[in-house]
Write a protein that binds this ligand. Structure first.
Ligand code: LLP
Length: 431
């Protein structure tokens, strides 16, 4: 199986941390997002421990809320010793509603509106990750008005191109995120920030992309940023206190993806950072990383009920499910691959080649193409693995399909953490 928490019971059903997936489906209905709290916590601990060990006691992982934001996740990541990355006032509001401390939040966003900036400052956000000149000016003015000296990191683009999906590749020079070092524009940005009276520049931020397995991008990023910090120190006197190197470590969606040794990768990045600090005579900064996917993805499984099969002679077999692109748009958007199982027939051989199609009136509504599962009958439970990241957080109500419920499982118990949307919810803002 793709992950250790998945097994098969004596009935031939898939179990998730010992709980029968078909029983979860029967009790809570489908489509259903299932999150395994023990896996999620173990992922948090891996980062916290490795960052402590390799970067020192002040360093910490920030959980990237965008991967999965709902009230119940914040007490979990907080209790594991993590800070968070938030990217909108909606994410700030959700975290505050769960009593997550504002000073442990890092506020991202490439186009924060005046209202967003005010909301962030008033909420007492720990750090703004300032994306551009426009934001800098507004933030400085608002901080003055509100009597605050706001800590910031400046978002820089390092000009790297990690080999990942085009749409999630953010570190290149040609990007709407941050200010590029290569073009010389970062120099003006840093100098402008240092001239702002109500802003305290603590350091830099950079994020190279997402679902990355290769180590070269992270190693190069570390070197480029430290070399740049050394030059800025010389030119402006800026001391790099904090360096946030973003998120992006890859996870296993299918057995063709490798297992990524996260502590090993962190150790390697730390080695490159320290080497660069020695080479360019820069004090080792406090380091933050922003994992999202690698904290939540493999903790999630989505359960669907199949409507049965449709065999288009000479073409392909379809297995239809009661969800699809509305709860998981990643195939439609990125042709992202998933592992699909027939949770009701795990003891049967997976010899039925099929395309798993959702219920929207749209031919692109698919979850996976040409996967092998045990041939299902109408009513079987289909499980899609590794759906904890960028599924619920990217879900929609297209075709007026209510978003699924989410249950959190731990130590043999399941509890609802997000209620299933109702038809009333669909029209509640409509006059
Ligand atoms: N920090 C920043 C500034 C980011 O932009 C991102 C992701 C992260 C951290 C977290 O990266 P992670 O560890 O999750 O790879 N919707 C796409 C993913 C978009 C990622 C955007 N930024 C998907 O479904 O694959």
């Amino acid at each position: 199986m793709l992950y250790d928490n998945l097994t098969v019971n004596e009935k031939g059903h898939l179990t998730i941390s010992g709980i029968d997936a078909t029983e979860l489906a029967a009790e809570f209905g489908t489509p259903l997002y299932v999150m395994d709290e023990d896996v999620l916590r173990a992922n948090c601990r891996t980062y916290v421990k490795a960052m402590y060990e390799f970067f020192g006691s002040e360093s910490a992982p920030l959980y990237a809320s965008k991967a999965l934001s709902f009230k119940g996740i914040y007490p979990i990541v907080e209790s594991e010793g993590m800070c968070i990355d938030v990217v909108s006032p909606g994410e700030i509001y959700t975290a505050l509603a769960a009593d997550f401390p504002a000073e442990k939040m890092f506020f991202h966003g490439s186009n924060k509106t005046d209202e967003d900036i005010k909301y962030g400052v008033l909420s007492g956000i720990g750090y703004f990750v300032v994306d551009n000149h426009n934001e800098l000016e507004v933030l400085d003015r608002m901080a003055a008005e509100l009597g605050v000296k706001q800590k910031v990191l400046l978002r820089l683009t390092v000009g790297l191109d990690p080999h990942t999906l085009e749409a999630i590749n953010t570190g290149r020079v040609d990007s709407q995120f941050g200010v590029p070092i290569d073009t010389g524009q970062a120099d003006d940005f840093v100098k402008a920030a240092l001239a702002c009276e109500n802003i305290s520049v603590e350091g830099f931020h950079s994020h190279v992309g997402s679902q990355i397995f290769e180590s070269d991008s992270f190693n190069r990023q570390a070197e480029i940023l430290i070399e740049y910090a050394a030059r800025m120190k010389e030119e402006t006197g800026l001391e790099l206190k904090v360096l946030n190197i973003g998120g992006g470590l890859g996870v296993r969606y299918t057995d063709r993806d490798p297992f990524l040794d996260i502590p090993g990768r962190i150790a390697e990045i730390a080695e490159h950072l320290k080497g660069a600090c020695d080479k360019y005579d820069v004090d080792m900064p406090v380091v933050f990383m922003e994992p999202g996917r690698s904290i939540v993805a493999n903790a999630g499984v989505t359960l669907y009920t199949t409507g049965g099969t449709k065999e288009v002679k000479g073409y392909r077999n379809y297995v239809t499910i009661d969800g699809g692109m509305t709860d998981n748009p990643r195939f439609a958007l990125y042709k992202a691959e998933y592992t699909v199982l027939n949770a009701s027939r795990m003891n049967k051989s997976a010899d039925y080649e099929c395309t798993v199609a959702g219920r929207c009136c749209e031919s692109g509504d698919r979850i996976a193409e040409n996967v092998m599962i045990a041939k299902p009958e109408r009513g079987d439970i289909i499980a899609v693995l590794t759906t904890g990241a960028y599924n619920y957080s990217m879900a929609s109500n297209y075709n007026r399909i209510p978003r699924p419920a989410m249950v959190m499982i731990s130590k043999g118990q399941a509890r609802t953490v997000v209620k299933r949307e109702s038809f009333e919810d669909l029209i509640k803002n409509e006059l």
